[in-house]
Design a binder for this molecule. Structure first.
Ligand SMILES: *[C@@H]1O[C@H](CO)[C@@H](O)[C@H](O)[C@H]1NC(C)=O
Ligand SMILES: *[C@@H]1O[C@H](CO)[C@@H](O)[C@H](O)[C@H]1NC(C)=O
Ligand SMILES: *[C@@H]1O[C@H](CO)[C@@H](O)[C@H](O)[C@H]1NC(C)=O
Ligand SMILES: *[C@@H]1O[C@H](CO)[C@@H](O)[C@H](O)[C@H]1NC(C)=O
Ligand SMILES: *[C@@H]1O[C@H](CO)[C@@H](O)[C@H](O)[C@H]1NC(C)=O
Length: 440
């Protein structure tokens, strides 16, 4: 009775132990469609010289045996027995989704063979149906977050370019172990169960597909697809945050440009640059240049003043509240410069006036008679005619300055600007008049 119990106990123990052993001994392997998977099975001491094999189903008949260590390669299967480590590895190449399932590693011996269960997982090599889309602009930066399940908090995170899962880890741009690599940065925020990737210094070449990956200890890694679109700065003019306006000025005069900016940018550096492309335009505001900026925080805009316009000042200008491309708002201004209208008048009128004056002096000297009145009247008349001409010219110009944005959908003719412009223009009228008088 007692003996039986002991036997019974041992038997039960055996079953329990063998259960535990077999539970531990399920080998997990995985691979991607078209790629290969390795299945490594270890065996006990003393079995080095025994024959090993890899089989499927219940391994009952010869068809179930896929490859044995008697051969090294058979179809898509190859096998290698590392007797030193007591591990034999079966490689299955050109995987297909139907290869997924249950297999066995076997060691032949007299009596019952030793079996180890194998589970093979096969996944598609491309990701993953739908993808997250993010957008940014050249020279700017872009960030995206890749959420993951809480059980992966401690696992390796990585990103790669493209859409191929099998090579993603090998070609990772950054990983949670190597968080910064050139323009790429990866920050793992474990508490919020996501990692964030930032790409700085964007160029259009950075557009395309990316994969967020989480390394799993068993089984295939988990992935999320992200599509990044980097818009060019000169592309998207009008679509984005670029306002375009046309402006014209006159050689020798002053021209003012209005550059609005979002109120939240009031602390940012303001810029004005010239060039056909925003990404490589030349800064125009340097000490002592004819270009000055005057910030007006109250109206969320700044005024660009160009004095003593030259014909060469014509061209495309960009102004805004940050040096970064159209990730921030900026204004594009096309400036044309007209030749001065009044110069020919001055040049034609002046010699005549000088001639008249000389004639007058000569006349006065010769005859010692006071006949100046006529000449002075003539001169006054010419001057006022000129003045009228100038004023008219200024009004023309002022129209352009003030309502220069008729090219855009929303013309902005602010009264403040109008007053400023009128003042400025009047200043220059007086300047012009004194110039004209200097000639006398
Ligand atoms: C399988 O093992 C071979 C030999 O060790 C190795 O070269 C190969 O990269 C492995 N393949 C996979 C998918 O791990
Ligand atoms: C940004 O890119 C340019 C050109 O590719 C390079 O010269 C510059 O060093 C980069 N800057 C940073 C911060 O990566
Ligand atoms: C400026 O950039 C544009 C495109 O972004 C390019 O076509 C042009 O050649 C560049 N000009 C200079 C002077 O680098
Ligand atoms: C312009 O002058 C100011 C002070 O006069 C100086 O602080 C600044 O660095 C100068 N900027 C340049 C671009 O020379
Ligand atoms: C651009 O300006 C618009 C309206 O003026 C504003 O709503 C938007 O936030 C600005 N964009 C940036 C990036 O500052």
């Amino acid at each position: 009775m007692r003996m039986w119990s002991l036997q019974n106990l041992l038997f039960t123990l055996c079953i329990v132990l063998s259960c535990v052993t077999s539970a531990v001994q399920v080998i997990h392997s995985s691979g991607y469609e078209g790629r290969e998977a390795n299945v490594s099975c270890s065996y006990g001491e003393g079995y080095e010289s025994y024959q090993k094999y890899f089989c499927k189903n219940d391994c009952g008949n010869d068809d179930d045996v896929l490859i044995t260590t008697k051969e090294t390669k058979k179809g898509r299967y190859s096998i290698y027995d590392d007797k030193g480590r007591r591990v034999f590895t079966t490689t299955i190449s050109d995987l297909s989704l139907t290869d997924a399932g249950k297999y066995w590693c076997g060691v032949s011996r007299s009596g019952k063979d030793i079996y180890t269960e194998v589970r093979l997982e096969v996944g598609q090599d491309t990701c993953c149906g739908q993808s997250t889309k993010v957008q940014s602009y050249e020279t700017g930066s872009v960030s995206f977050s890749c959420p993951y399940k809480s059980q992966y908090q401690e696992n390796l995170k990585y990103i790669c370019r493209g859409n191929q899962l099998s090579t993603c880890l090998q070609q990772a741009l950054v990983t949670s172990d190597r968080q910064q690599n050139g323009q790429f940065r990866l920050t793992d925020e474990k508490e919020s169960r996501k990692f964030t990737v930032t790409i700085t210094n964007l160029t259009q070449r950075d557009s395309g597909s990316y994969l967020c990956g989480v390394r799993r200890n068993t089984g295939l890694d988990v992935f999320l697809a992200v599509e990044v679109e980097v818009k060019g700065c000169s592309v998207g003019v009008g679509e984005c945050c670029v306002k375009t306006s046309k402006l014209s000025g006159t050689v020798g005069r002053q021209v003012n440009m209005q550059c609005p900016y979002p109120p939240q940018h009031r602390g940012n550096r303001k810029f004005l640059c010239k060039g056909d492309h925003r990404n490589n335009c030349t800064n125009m505001v340097t000490n002592g240049s004819r270009f000055t900026l005057q910030d007006d925080v109250a109206s969320s805009s700044f005024l660009v003043m160009i004095t003593e316009l030259k014909a060469g000042d014509a061209g495309t200008y960009w102004c805004g509240s940050d040096s970064q491309c159209c990730a921030n708002n900026y204004t594009k201004i096309q400036l044309s410069v007209d030749a001065a209208h009044f110069h020919p008048v001055v040049f034609i009128v002046s010699p005549i006036l000088i001639l008249i004056i000389i004639l007058g002096i000569v006349y006065r000297c010769k005859y010692h008679k006071v006949t100046r009145t006529e000449v002075t009247m003539d001169r006054n008349r010419t001057k006022s005619a000129e003045e009228e001409d100038d004023v008219q010219d200024d009004y023309e110009n002022q129209d352009v300055v003030v309502c220069s944005k008729h090219g855009t959908s929303k013309p902005q003719c602010s009264y403040n600007n109008h007053d400023d412009a009128v003042e400025d223009q009047q200043d220059s009228v007086y300047q012009n008049l004194s110039t004209t008088e200097d000639i006398y």
